[in-house]
Design a protein around this ligand. Structure first.
Ligand code: BGC
Length: 766
């Protein structure tokens, strides 16, 4: 429920507010196209160019100057301001003082929650629960709109197959099908039934396109990719978000095959507008237009602005190139006015769709209704956050049934992430406040209250590397990123070891600080930092059962950890309710059901490791000599933990896979069915995954591709027949001419509870 009443008669207020020399014609409001055409017809060139400017609200411009710029019609929208009173003042300037009274919009990076923080992308993806993910985005929209926001720069659906890339933490993993499903769920969640609803925010899918494929996983690096791979693996999630109705697209910072996305006419016109029929607004990334100079494709500001607007970048984020250069470029004829008009039309269209012409104060509300406590809403959504967080946890190892733990035991909780509320939120935690999250320590204490004992010792800092600490503290946070415990490492370890000796079981929360998995935080190793590894070695030496609770934004190299630990729980960064959710799993109040949305390589040298890689002529075959096969001879082939993998406190078995027919006709369908049984002694949920392998085609195809999945819950001993329909579309791929086709021939259906251990059956497409 909304906390504030809303201003109903916004337009009336807007029209009463000042001398209406010219203004949107309310009589036309019912007709989007006519309304926008009428407004466009009244605009001067400068007013049009003003609409293309998206400014960041920060210390670089005073409030007064911003209000004056808005009143002068020189700003179309803002981001980074989340306080209704501040946004109201800016909207007042737009609708009371500007000549045309065009409302501005307010955007923000609401990526995995707004005030209530949900798990980061890979965590949400690990749930494979589309309803819960959609609900998370819905909650984010409710909270963000209550804070006067109209738009989010999300979902971030860049396919990530190189975990060195810090922004792996923002996306949903390596698989085009899973990420596409999530893209749709997120857009539905943010936008609700309509973007014009008061509690909806417009989704701007990012980063278009292929940002996750930066060479070497180094942020902002180039992307060089074959068109087939692009179409088959990397583009589908953006397309899915657009087909689900995303009102915006954010253009990526990287170049693609030699052309920066921000200057790429093929990408932004041919693909996005012509082929995909995108009718929304395309915004640049932060400062990206000016960066065309550093990419080396523009001589100066003027040429950069020209390239970007001609390509189809409609709003310039946080630079003034459009404002300064476009007037001259239009006057000289270098940029046709039609380009400007097209951009303005789409921006006004987005504002129309956000409901701002009907009521510029739709999400801002009245001053009298401003919430006394901006965080009040976040307390309403704790249950949603905890539910999704529990499902986001992936049990990687559980030797000797170390987990679940008994609440009446003596437990030692150690590690730099065990009691770190800021880190547990993860990067891009929007308006989440660092004091709100439940840490693991708090979650375990609450769960054990009145029963056993929890002994806590920090044991180590996240890192002792001063250069890394300095780097992390320079990241753009409102709080200091890393707070170092000044004690010598040996003293901290000794304290942790003493606690471990007194305990029945040791729980160590280790991994990365949130800033280590962030924009610009690319890594050359995937190690748990040395300070924490030293702690783990000392804990291991006590001989006590050791449970590792991993907090990290990307797959880590877990060879050592997995050999050391008795149980290993991947928790990503699990958000505001993270500590409770992890405690739920540690104590068995929730049986873990998460499945990895991204492969965990054995070592950094194996990257890229992704399950759906193209076939090769000399594949490595398990159990046979590796010579002259595709492998690294120093290391076991294949990931340490594969895509789709995750354990449970119960066990499941799969029966034989049966197909309804050995043949599929063109345009037809066949059914696949398999029996799944809970063979253990606890109720539990698992994800039944359907993969298809194209046995032979005109081009090299992936070894297998995920095509469907179902998450099911079973009581102990219960079995269920799971059905999937397979249709011709599931067999289609992009051929060498980039046509989306299914070719006749043999296909293998694989069903498993992870991508590697599968039941198989074959059929032919005729
Ligand atoms: C990021 C975007 C983000 C933008 C605005 C950029 O640095 O690449 O993902 O939306 O900043 O905060």
């Amino acid at each position: 429920m909304p906390l504030r009443a809303r201003l109903a008669a916004g337009l009336a207020a807007m029209l009463l507010a000042g001398p209406a020399a010219a203004a949107p014609d309310p009589a036309l409001l019912g007709d989007r196209q006519a309304f926008i055409a009428d407004l466009l017809g009244q605009m001067t060139l400068d007013e049009k160019i003003g609409q293309l400017r998206l400014i960041s609200i920060g210390p670089d411009m005073s409030r007064e100057r911003i209000a004056n710029e808005i009143a002068a019609g020189r700003i179309g929208g803002t981001f980074n301001s989340v306080v209704p009173a501040d946004n109201r003042a800016m909207q007042n300037a737009a609708v009371q003082r500007s000549r045309l009274k065009i409302p501005i919009f307010f955007a923000y990076d609401v990526v995995h929650g707004h005030r209530t923080i949900f798990p980061i992308g890979p965590g949400q993806a690990s749930s494979w629960n589309m309803q819960a993910i959609e609900r998370g985005a819905r909650v984010a929209a409710i909270e963000a709109s209550a804070d006067s926001l109209d738009m989010t720069f999300a979902p971030m659906v860049d396919i990530a197959r190189d975990p060195r890339w810090g922004r792996t933490s923002e996306g949903f993993g390596e698989d085009p099908y899973l990420v596409s499903r999530i893209a749709r769920a997120m857009v539905r969640g943010y936008q609700g039934d309509a973007t014009s609803r008061r509690d909806s925010i417009m989704a701007s899918v990012k980063h278009f396109a292929l940002y996750g494929a930066v060479e070497g996983g180094r942020d902002y690096n180039v992307v060089d990719m074959s068109p087939m791979r692009m179409y088959q693996d990397y583009l589908p999630p953006y397309r899915a978000a657009i087909d689900a109705g995303a009102g915006g697209v954010m253009v990526a910072l990287n170049s693609i095959n030699g052309v920066p996305a921000s200057a790429d006419t093929w990408l932004l016109q041919d693909l996005l507008r012509r082929d995909w029929r995108f009718g929304g607004v395309a915004v640049s990334d932060h400062g990206a237009i000016k960066e065309l100079i550093r990419h080396g494709v523009a001589r100066d500001d003027r040429e950069a602005a020209k390239l970007a607007i001609r390509a189809g970048v409609e709003m310039s984020m946080a630079d003034e190139l459009y404002l300064n250069e476009l007037p001259g470029l239009v006057k000289s004829g270098e940029v046709p006015i039609a380009d400007i008009d097209r951009a303005v039309r789409n921006i006004l269209g987005a504002k129309y769709d956000m409901g701002l012409f009907h009521d510029p104060y739709l999400r801002i509300g009245r001053a009298a209704d401003d919430p006394p406590d901006l965080y009040a809403e976040s307390r309403l959504h704790r249950a949603d956050a905890r539910a999704l967080a529990r499902e986001s946890l992936v049990l990687l190892e559980n030797r000797n049934r170390t987990l679940p733990l008994r609440k009446n035991a003596i437990l030692a909780l150690v590690g730099p992430l065990a009691d770190s509320p800021v880190d547990i939120m993860g990067s891009w935690s929007a308006a989440g406040r660092g004091t709100n999250p439940v840490t693991l320590r708090q979650g375990m204490e609450a769960a054990m209250r009145g029963q056993g004992r929890l002994l806590y010792a920090r044991g180590a800092n996240v890192t002792d590397d001063p250069a890394l600490v300095e780097y992390l503290n320079q990241l753009n946070w409102d709080t200091k990123e890393i707070v170092q415990d000044p004690r010598p490492p040996a003293e901290m370890i000794a304290e942790a070891v003493a606690a471990a000796r007194r305990a029945d079981v040791v729980v160590a929360a280790v991994g990365e600080s949130r800033g280590m998995s962030h924009e610009s935080s690319s890594r050359t190793t995937l190690d748990i930092p040395a300070s924490q590894r030293a702690l783990l070695a000392a804990l291991k030496a006590t001989g006590k059962p050791l449970v590792l609770v991993l907090m990290n934004g990307r797959p880590l190299d877990l060879r050592e950890a997995s050999a050391t630990a008795d149980a290993l729980l991947e928790t990503w960064f699990s958000g505001t309710e993270g500590g409770n959710a992890i405690a739920d799993v540690l104590f068995g109040d929730y049986n873990p059901s998460g499945k990895l949305p991204i492969s965990f390589p054995r070592s950094i040298g194996q990257i890229p490791t992704y399950y759906n890689h193209p076939r090769v002529g000399r594949p490595f075959t398990e159990g046979k000599p590796g010579n002259y096969t595709s492998q690294y001879f120093e290391e076991k082939t294949g990931p340490l933990y594969p895509f789709g993998y995750g354990l449970s406190y119960t066990s499941f078995s799969l029966g034989d896979l049966a197909l309804s027919s050995p043949v599929m006709a063109r345009g037809g369908r066949i059914g696949a069915r398999i029996t799944v049984k809970n063979t253990g002694d606890r109720a539990g949920a698992t994800v039944v995954q359907l993969y298809v392998r194209d046995e032979s085609a005109s081009v090299v195809r992936a070894v297998k591709e995920l095509k469907n999945f179902q998450k099911i819950s079973l009581e102990p001993g219960e079995e269920r027949i799971v059905h999937f329909d397979i249709v011709e579309d599931d067999l289609k791929f992009f051929n060498a001419r980039l046509e989306h086709v299914a070719e006749p021939g043999a296909f293998e259906v694989q069903i498993g509870l992870n991508s590697q251990d599968v039941e198989r059956a074959r059929f032919e497409l005729h």
